[in-house]
Write a protein that binds this ligand. Structure first.
Ligand SMILES: Cc1cc2nc3c(=O)[nH]c(=O)nc-3n(C[C@H](O)[C@H](O)[C@H](O)COP(=O)(O)O)c2cc1C
Length: 277
């Protein structure tokens, strides 16, 4: 029995590991929606989602009737956030230090699990406020809506997965990792490199030392780009950290967040330190 469970776990892990390199944002969906059994599975997954920092409360609310979310898009100009899907996950969180990385990390696992199930997803930076969502979800007093994830069956299933790593428009490893790395860490940082980010901005930078990796996010000076990107880029950082965890675990290493001595880097701000073994 134990062997059977272990085999299942390994299979599941292998699928997650592969899904990281196959995932892409899906923006066109079949509107008839997923069946009840699948919706229940997603609800179950949302109950077990884990963040980076235990002390921050957050929640993923499944909105089965996507029309309710789509109706809110009329409050905004611009097309980017108007991703029409049959279902959405509305993410809410306490606003404590690190809450944005925390939800990025937590819900990228859901995105990857959905990818494993053949369900399309797209992170959507919709700036909803409490008032907008209060009739749609039960939101705790201390929490605020942060962003949403659109999901459902892709309009054309053949567009669901990437064919290979070369299809990703991403920065090369030398632009995201400081210093020399061996082939094992090249493999690990390839997991990180392909992570999704708002407007594909890839704000991350990592410096690997012996037993630790310091993580940094680009620091924008221009007021307009700051307003546009700052919040989303911290979510992106959390997403990249989930990818780092999968990359380390695939290479049989552990992932632990520590707040160490703050590393310093020009034009980037320190986020946290990952201890690996
Ligand atoms: C935090 C975050 C917010 C995003 N917001 C939107 C959005 O509002 N609309 C959209 O179409 N895509 C959105 N995206 C998807 C990105 O544009 C996409 O991940 C990026 O261009 C890379 O492409 P890929 O996901 O297909 O690899 C968002 C992604 C992240 C991580």
């Amino acid at each position: 029995m134990l062997l059977f469970v272990m085999i299942l776990e390994i299979r599941n892990f292998m699928i997650i590991k592969d899904a990281i390199f196959k995932r892409k944002s899906i923006r066109k969906y079949k509107m008839d929606g997923l069946n009840e059994e699948t919706i229940s599975k997603v609800e179950e997954m949302l109950k077990n989602v884990k963040g980076l920092y235990e002390e921050i409360n957050f929640k993923g609310h499944l909105v089965k009737d996507g029309m309710k979310v789509q109706a809110l898009f009329n409050n905004f100009i611009g097309k980017y956030i108007k991703v029409k899907a049959p279902h959405y996950i509305v993410i809410t969180s306490d606003k404590k230090d690190g809450y944005l990385e925390n939800v990025g990390f937590a819900f990228e696992e859901i995105v990857i699990q959905l990818t494993c199930m053949g369900i399309g997803t797209c992170w959507v930076g919709a700036p909803f406020d409490r008032n907008m969502v209060k009739d749609m979800i039960e939101i705790d007093d201390n929490q605020e809506p942060i962003l949403i994830i659109a999901f459902g069956e892709p309009e054309d299933f053949f567009t669901m997965y990437r064919k290979g790593i070369n299809e990703y428009k991403r920065k090369t490893l030398d632009k995201v990792v400081l210093g020399e790395i061996d082939s094992i860490f090249e493999d690990i940082f390839n997991y990180v490199r392909v992570a999704p980010s708002a407007i594909n901005s890839q704000p991350w930078m990592f410096s690997k030392e012996d037993g630790i990796i310091n993580t940094y996010c680009i620091e924008r000076k221009n007021k307009i780009t700051k307003a546009l990107y700052d919040k989303m880029n911290l979510i992106d950082m959390g997403i990249s950290l989930y990818h780092l965890k999968v990359g380390l675990e695939k290479n049989r290493m552990s992932f632990e967040v520590i707040q160490s001595q703050e590393g310093k880097m020009k034009s980037h701000k320190y986020i946290n330190t990952i201890k690996y073994r």
